[in-house]
Design a protein around this ligand. Sequence first.
Ligand SMILES: Cc1cc2nc3c(=O)[nH]c(=O)nc-3n(C[C@H](O)[C@H](O)[C@H](O)COP(=O)(O)OP(=O)(O)OC[C@H]3O[C@@H](n4cnc5c(N)ncnc54)[C@H](O)[C@@H]3O)c2cc1C
Length: 443
Amino acid sequence: MTLTNWNGNVTIAAEDAWTSVTSVDQIEALLAGTKVPLRALGSRFTYPMQLRCPDGTHGIVLDLPGRGVGEVRGDRLLVTGDTLLTDVWRVFADHGLEPAACPPVITRQTVAGALATGTHAQGLAGGTFSDAVTGIDLVDGTGTRHWLTPDDDGFDAAVLNLGCLGVVVAVELQGRPRTDVDCTRFTAPADALPEHYATWSRDSVAAKSWWFTEHDVAHTWVAHDGSWARPASVCGDSGDLDRVVARTRSQLMTDIGDGGGQTPAARTLEKFLAATDTRGTLQEIFHNGIPAPQLNMEIAVPLDAVPAAYARLNELLRSSATKLHYPVILRSTGPARGHLSPAHNGPVTYFGFVAYMTTDGHLTTARPLFDDIQRLLHTLGGWPHWGKYLSPDLLPAPTNGFAEFRTAVDRFDPDRRFANDTFYQALGLSDRAAVVSGGRHNG
Ligand SMILES: Cc1cc2nc3c(=O)[nH]c(=O)nc-3n(C[C@H](O)[C@H](O)[C@H](O)COP(=O)(O)OP(=O)(O)OC[C@H]3O[C@@H](n4cnc5c(N)ncnc54)[C@H](O)[C@@H]3O)c2cc1C
């Protein structure tokens, strides 16, 4: 059977080019017994360019004992790397706990896959999934097994590893008592975002905004402990929002050829209808994504750069003939661990962009616009989400923790068994051929 992406429309590994492994011994044997390049794969939600196994690279899909069950140790949970995030939240909940991180909108990703690309939600504390990680069990490219904790050298590479260090076979996660928070929902003129969004993020548990660029309004959910009040100056009413959503949905349906509004893409907008204040766990409030085939990109800019990013994006999107299918999503996180985390140096706001695929499986013409957005936001200190659409050739000159990460690759995978063309190009890492012929990058 060929191995596809989550949606079944892109081949990730040919029939004989991947193996389901059922034990850590089998991974160690694969590393010791062959020299072939390997690629660990999770639920395959990452943009296919980063996942596709080139000729000669063998995919590994984990199916480890204890998957989805884990072992609760006090307020911590040890799970296999292939455990789905859904199971993490469920097992913690069975013990009256929740992970010490806000859930992303979908939780069908694996724990190891989510970590590898820096999967996040929102919240300046606990906004990134890795914020809950207290230990990582890694079989590196030499077959050596490491238990890495936040105090260890190597943790900051392993916690956002791009699958380039080896195979994460288990992860320990910090839990905390499962708690309800209030969620205030309101719609405001879009220009409230540059003025207020950073403050809402700083003053709350988590703040997420959706900017309907065609309609100049922003809808916001602020999760808080009861002490936050919506500023009187930025109130709107949900009736206005329902009209905006209906128009956005109808434009989307026309663009993707969905006559009846029954595709997952059209359904993604339904959560905004009749939005009212609510109370619940972070999972009940924010875990509401409907996976739909899409081109999906996020760029994180420093939190203080939100007003500039808003102004420049506003200009660009207004002048573009291409229209987005979903409001621009604003989510703030950080600081977060990880040499390659966009939030490594301080809090950031991710701006998220979505263009859905047509019902007959084609992408609309959004990619050039997405590239223009990358160029623009990079000039404001922006960095991409590593698991979504990105153009390695458009990245700014290597900076941040790239040098530290390259050093970690030299340490954990000196023979480049887990090389990945896209990530290597982005990071300025030399490939396997160069290493084998003696040109290892030591930067
Ligand atoms: C519909 C949709 C919604 C999404 N929502 C969000 C969101 O709310 N927030 C967000 O931040 N992101 C989101 N994403 C992105 C998603 O969280 C990331 O792409 C994530 O990495 C996917 O995890 P996965 O299990 O599918 O891993 P894969 O996509 O299969 O792999 C991702 C990376 O992890 C590596 N990897 C996988 N398993 C292992 C392992 N055991 N050991 C070492 N490396 C491994 C792979 O080599 C690859 O580099 C979304 C994506 C889609 C398509």
